[in-house]
Structures are given as C-alpha cells and as structure tokens.
Design a protein around this ligand. Structure first.
Ligand code: ADP
Ligand code: MG
Length: 588
C-alpha cells in the first residue's frame, strides 16, 4: 500500500487556512453548519449515485450524520456514511480551492485586512470557507474517508499550517469522518464548548434543522425511572433491568433535527431565520439572503419552489464558467445541483430548490432539456422572480437599490435573450439620469416626468457618468429641460439597439441622427432664419467637408449645441464609439 506522505496545500488554500486559524470570523458556531452541510451533500450524492449506477456496492440502509464527543480527548467527530472520497478526491477537494474568483477574493482581502477586519469578515462571509472553518475551533483536524464502492480508505491530517499528511486508512467505514481536535479551553469556553451535548443540540437546531437526513448524537441513558423500583410486582421486571443495562452499554441516540423540508412546510410555520440558514446551506454563501421567494403549484403537475435572491453578487457572476441554477429535487429526493434548465442565464444568481412531484428519479440532463413540465416551471419561476423584484421596487426601494447595484447588469442581459418578458424586465430596470445625480430612475418614472411635446426617451451611452455629463450632445437637451438617461454599462450598448421602446415610447440616442427638438411653431418662425444661416456658412461648411472628407460623411449646421462649437454625431444605425471599442477588444 501507499505510504503516508506529507503534501503542501495550494497557496490560495494556505492563505485561507491562515485566516481561519486566526479566526477573524467571529461566529465560530458556523463550523458545525459547514461540516453538517458537507455531510448532507455527501449523503445526497450517494443516494443519487446508487440510482444512476445499479452496480455500485454501497450501503444505503441507514444514511445519517452522527456527532460524537470525547470529553477527555477533547475531540468532536462529525461522521457520515455518504459518498466518501478517495485519495485523489481528498487531494483536489480538500488540498486546493477550485472556486472561481478565489484569486480576486484574496487580493481584496489583502487590501482590506490591514485596515479593517470588519471588512475582512464581510468578505469571508461573501466567499464562504466551508471545510476550512473547522480550523476556527480545532488545532488539528483528522479526516478518515472511504469512497462508496472502493476498498481503500484514506487518512488525512493537518494542523492547518501549510502542509497535511495523507495515507491509507485501515478498515475505514464507507463515508467520511471529520475528527476535530478542539483548541484548548479558554475564557470563552462556556459559550463555545463543543464537547457539550447541550451546545451541539442548540447549534444543530439553529443552523441545520431542515437537513433531510437524521443528525444523531449519543445521549446519556436516562436514569431508570424510580417507579420501576417502587413497583416490584410489575410484569417483566427482570427484562426491564436487562434492557436498562443494555442501554447503558449502547447509549440511546437522539435525532437533533426535525428533518422537515422547508419548502413543503406551511408558509406561516417557517421563520425567516430558518429560511436564512437553509439559504446558506444551498448557496454555500455566508451572508443572509436579500429576499426569499416561495411558490407552489398543485393539481396534475405539482411542484414547490423555495428561491432566494442573494444580497451580494458572487465574484464570478461575470465569468464564463460561473455555475448557475437551482437544486432540483423529485419528491424530496435530491436530484442535482445547478439545474440550468430551471433558470435562464440572466437570472443565474437566483439560488434555491425546486421539488417536482411528477418527474422520474432517473431524470437526466438530456430529458430535462426537452421536458415540458420543466419548461413550465421555468416560465413561472422567471415571472415570479421578476414580479418579486417589481414589488421590491415599489415597496422597499432600498432593498431594490441594493439588488439592482449587485445584479442589474446581469438582469439587463435578459433584454437580449428573453423576448417574452422584455416589458417586465424593462419595468424593473433603473438607470442613472440627468434628472437626479444620486438616484437612478425607472423608465416608468422617466415617462411620467416627460415634458410636454417630448416624444422620446432620450439616452446617451458612454464609459462613465462623467464623460456623458460633459458631452456636447447633451447641451440642447439641457437647454430644453429634457431628461437624458446615462447608460454606462457595456451591456446597455447591446440591448438598447434591439429594444424599440418602453410602453410605447421609443428610445432615442441624443448622439445619433438628426435630433429635432423644435416644436412646430419654433420651426416655422426660424425657417427663414435658418436658410439665411445656411447661406452664410456655406463656404465654411464645404471647405470643412472637403478637408475632413476621410473622417466624416458630412459637416452640417446644428441647433443642438449651446456652448460647444462642434460635435461628432453618428448615423441613426451606426455603431456607437463604445460598442466599436468593445468589438475591437473582442477582436472583431
Ligand atoms: P463546498 O461545500 O462549498 O464545496 P467545502 O470546503 O465545504 O466547500 O468542501 C469542499 C469539497 O470537499 C466538497 O465540495 C466535497 O466535494 C468535499 N467534501 C467535503 N466534506 C465531505 C464529506 N463529508 N463527504 C464527501 N465529500 C466531502
Ligand atoms: Mg461545504
């Protein structure tokens, strides 16, 4: 067999471990949530694996999580009999951090750490550190694991200080045991005694109650009831005594969690705190969700969904390989993570669970893509998410503002891909505008403020708010008191060209084509004056046209400028300068 080896953590992993050891994250209890969450995932994965692979030699007779305490050794063990890991799994899953965005995370962390540890905590909360949170409470962690269907077990051990040992484990049972060698007791020990069953019971109840697998812990056998001794004539006294002795040898097991799937419980029976912990379990996020959404359908095609809008965008929201989708369950049985068929890409930040009652447990990705029921659920989820955001906009503008600054750029992608919901998406968008420096405006508000005689929703695209504000294109609009939207996101350049308008009012760029701002009356009175000016400037214009022939199509007199002498205007169907820059960057 392979000998025991000492290996190094990948450098990102090492940095995160350092953080955990020095425990800048104040709520230590969360380590247990993370370990139980991993154990639960491992049980889900095993059950799924046995559906897929009938030949897998695995024991699924009593899937559970178990907590074991050794007061003398000061150890706490979190054990599951789930999927387990082989050597390669352990090295890649525990020794490295594969999460996309890790590098950026660490850069941010480094920048913030010296100044403000609250910011660092905040970042950890955003990133989530999973298994490594063990090192908040333990100075050494031993992991013994065996992958279901494989023969050889693995023993991994580390004190979190840069290296770990890994080698074979004799007689490892199927699944994973994480043995925490708890740090020495300190002044806080009353609060953080993880060898105390009462403490563990409380923490499991608070963070992991909804886990659908039993989380068990041995409890002291209850003292034999006094009445037994007081009634010696009772039948079967002998047997009772025997039983009591047995109980003392194999202590009773208590199940600490209620195991009820939150999405199946009546709405008014679930507290926000329970939703929050569930969110953290499914999303691997450490921050509270911004919004919780429930929906259900009954009848021939029954399903329940419990969805969440996070309060912060993940670091990889705009990376190519970002994971998306919600968890899919069928009749309470976990089927898959990241079910992309249930949410469109522009809502990739939505987290949660869909539990469908009428799908087969063997459902595959290929089937899902064509399944009519899945398409129906997806359509409803989208509508529900969009209407939730709309309500948020109306009823809690601050929450909406947070949402929009985190996810607005992603939502706007939907304007290009989801034609059915285009109007609904436009309704929930907001944009910086010349109306108010601080506060972005919705299109509805813009339209309500439109001046008499104003026909279009005017906008200008650009790199930044400042460059837009300083643009000579705005001058005439300012003079007229017309509001102009300042579209600064790259995505704006793309959707604005393919969306005609909002609720019957067209979008019009202030930098394209002939923008006619005069009213009919003004036109009449200035007709002769204009003709005179054309004549006056004819020589200048033709001379400029000739000398700029290679750069511009035409040089013309304009009424749109008030203080600047000249500006460059695009044709109605021209690509804007920003978009041109983008195409160039993409090599097109
Ligand atoms: P996350 O759960 O967010 O993926 P963790 O740090 O908690 O991150 O765990 C890293 C990975 O290690 C998990 O994704 C899983 O593949 C593996 N793992 C952790 N604990 C267990 C376990 N008890 N059984 C099997 N695999 C596990
Ligand atoms: Mg985890």
């Amino acid at each position: 067999t392979t000998p025991v080896e000492t290996l190094e953590f990948q450098s990102e992993a090492r940095q995160l471990l350092q953080l955990m050891i020095h425990s800048i994250y104040s709520n230590k209890d969360t380590f247990l949530r993370e370990l139980v969450s991993n154990a639960s995932d491992a049980l889900d994965k095993l059950r799924l694996e046995t559906y897929r692979d009938k030949d897998l030699e695995a024991d699924t007779s009593d899937l559970h999580v178990r907590l074991e305490v050794d007061k003398e050794q000061r150890t706490l063990t979190v054990r599951d009999n789930g999927i387990g890991m082989n050597r390669d799994d352990v090295v890649s899953l525990i020794g490295t951090i594969a999460k996309s965005g890790t590098a950026e995370f660490l850069t941010k962390l480094k920048a913030s750490q010296s100044q403000d540890s609250a910011v660092a905590q905040d970042l950890i909360g955003q990133f989530g550190v999973g298994f490594y949170s063990s090192f908040m409470v333990a100075d050494k962690v031993t992991l013994v694991t065996r992958r279901a269907g494989e023969v050889e077990g693995v023993r991994w051990e580390s004190d979190g200080d840069g290296t770990y040992t890994i080698g074979p484990a004799e007689d490892a049972p199927q699944g994973t045991s994480v043995i925490l060698h708890l740090k020495p007791a300190d002044a806080d020990d009353q609060l953080y005694d993880y060898t105390s069953p009462a403490k563990l019971r409380e923490v499991v109840k608070r963070y992991s109650d909804f886990i659908t697998w039993p989380i068990r812990m041995a409890v002291e056998a209850p003292a034999a009831p006094e009445t037994a001794a007081a009634t010696p004539e009772a039948d079967g006294e002998q047997a009772d005594a025997e039983q009591a002795k047995d109980d003392a040898a194999t202590p009773a097991l208590e199940t600490l969690n209620s195991m009820k799937a939150l999405w199946a419980r009546p709405k008014d029976e679930v507290t926000q705190a329970e939703y929050t912990e569930f969110y953290k379990h499914v999303s691997h996020d450490w921050t509270d969700p911004l919004e919780t959404i429930r929906l259900a359908a009954e009848g021939t095609f029954e399903y329940q969904a419990l969805l969440f809008l996070p309060s912060r965008a993940p670091l990889d929201l705009f990376m190519r390989d970002t994971r998306r989708g919600v968890q899919l369950y069928v009749k309470r049985v976990f089927i898959m993570d990241d079910c992309e068929e249930l949410v469109p890409e522009y809502l990739r930040f939505v987290k949660g669970v869909v539990d469908a009652q009428d799908l087969s447990l063997n459902v595959s990705r290929e089937i899902l893509q064509q399944d009519r029921q899945i398409q129906l659920i997806r359509r409803r989820l989208v509508k529900k998410v969009l209407s939730t955001i709309k309500d948020m906009m109306a009823n809690s503008p601050e929450t909406y503002a947070t949402f929009w600054s985190e996810f607005g750029r992603a939502v706007k992608e939907g304007l290009l891909s989801d034609f059915d919901n285009r109007e609904a998406i436009l309704e929930i968008c907001s944009f910086p505008s010349t109306h108010d420096e601080e506060k972005p405006t919705s299109l509805r508000e813009y339209v309500e403020r439109m001046k008499e005689g104003q026909e279009h929703i005017y906008y200008l695209t650009g790199d930044s708010r400042a460059s837009i504000e300083n643009s000579p294109h705005l001058e005439a609009f300012r003079a007229k008191g017309y509001e102009v939207l300042a579209l600064t996101d790259q995505i704006d350049e793309m959707w604005i060209d393919s969306v005609d308008g909002f609720d019957g009012t067209r979008f019009q760029s202030v930098a394209k084509g002939q923008v006619d701002l005069d009213t009919e009356e003004e036109k009449k009175t200035s007709e002769s004056e204009r003709a005179q000016r054309e004549k006056d400037f004819a020589t200048l214009l033709s001379r400029m046209s000739a000398s700029l022939a290679d750069e511009v199509k035409e040089v013309r007199l304009s009424a749109r400028l008030t203080t600047s002498p000249a500006c460059i205007v695009g044709d109605t169907h021209d690509v804007t300068p920003t978009l041109e820059k983008m195409y160039r960057a993409m090599g097109q």
